[in-house]
Structures are given as structure tokens and as C-alpha cells.
Design a protein around this ligand. Structure first.
Ligand code: HEC
Length: 127
């Protein structure tokens, strides 16, 4: 009798563990940020074809130019430019592009631009 109860109990515990695991497979693993998707949502909004601010895709510049851009000009220029959300949210009117793109996001975008620059092995526009 005792061993049957033990088997049932073990089965129940295992089933619960499997269910919990299946529900959240990578719950505690941080997902790597998708630079391409972030470029689309954070940069392309202002730098699409015919954009007033100029069209920029990773292959607009070479790797060295991107590296240089992200070390200085990015913050200088975009610290003066109102964030896209400001247009329809008056309470965010003071926010600049540099306020709404966090460090990890910017790093993922930087990597995407450098990895797919005009002189990279896989030059890319952004979809
Ligand atoms: C809210 C609009 C907006 C967003 C979002 C935005 N930019 Fe810009 N960007 C601008 C404006 C405005 C300029 C200045 C254009 C000019 O000087 O004529 C600019 C300039 C640039 C330049 C040229 C800088 C130079 O030194 O001449 C590059 C490259 C650039 N942006 C890349 C990006 C990247 C990469 C992102 C995303 C991380 C981004 N931008 C996000 C508006 C934006």
C-alpha cells in the first residue's frame, strides 16, 4: 500500500513539474534582444524611405561610420529630437529619442547596424 501511494505521489509531483516547465520554458533565461526588430520600431519610424530626417538602414553606412555614430553623434543629435510618442501623448512632450531608447536596446541596434553595414558580410536594409 505504501509503495503505491508513493508511486502515485511521485507521478503527481512529476506531472506538476512538467506542467510548470511547459508553461514557461525559458522563463528565467533573458532573451537576447532582436536588433533588427528594434531598429524597425526605434529608428525606422524616423528614417524610412523619404523620411525628412534622411533614410538610414544598416547598409547606408560602413562599419566604422556606425561605430563612430554610436559613440557620439547619436546622443548629440537624438538628445535634441523629440521621441515619436510625444506627438500623441502631451505628457511625454519633453521626452527625447535618447530618453526612450534604453542602453540594452541601443546596444542591440548598434550591433545590428555594424553587423549588416555596407562593408559587412551581410549588408542589410531593414525589411
Ligand atoms: C523621432 C525621430 C528619430 C528617431 C526615432 C531616430 N532618429 Fe536618427 N535622426 C533624426 C533627426 C531629426 C536627425 C537629424 C537629421 C538632420 O540633421 O538633418 C537624425 C539623424 C540621424 C543620423 C545622421 C547623424 C549625423 O551625424 O548626420 C543617423 C545615422 C541616425 N539618425 C540614425 C538613427 C538610428 C540608428 C536610430 C535608432 C536608434 C535613430 N536615428 C532614431 C530623427 C530620429
Amino acid at each position: 500500500m505504501r509503495s503505491i501511494r508513493r508511486i502515485v505521489l511521485t507521478a503527481v509531483v512529476c506531472a506538476a513539474a512538467v506542467a510548470a516547465f511547459a508553461a514557461e520554458p525559458d522563463a528565467d533565461k533573458p532573451k537576447p534582444l532582436d536588433g533588427k526588430a528594434l531598429f524597425k520600431t526605434s529608428c525606422k519610424v524616423c528614417h524610412d524611405t523619404k523620411a525628412a530626417a534622411g533614410e538610414y538602414t544598416p547598409m547606408t553606412l560602413i562599419q566604422e561610420q556606425w561605430e563612430e555614430f554610436f559613440t557620439g553623434p547619436y546622443a548629440e543629435v537624438h538628445g535634441q529630437v523629440a521621441a515619436p510618442a510625444a506627438a500623441d501623448k502631451p505628457e511625454q512632450a519633453a521626452l527625447k529619442v535618447t530618453d526612450v531608447i534604453d542602453e540594452a536596446t541601443l546596444e542591440a541596434i548598434r550591433k545590428f547596424c555594424v553587423d549588416h553595414a555596407a562593408d559587412s558580410e551581410q549588408p542589410m536594409t531593414c525589411g
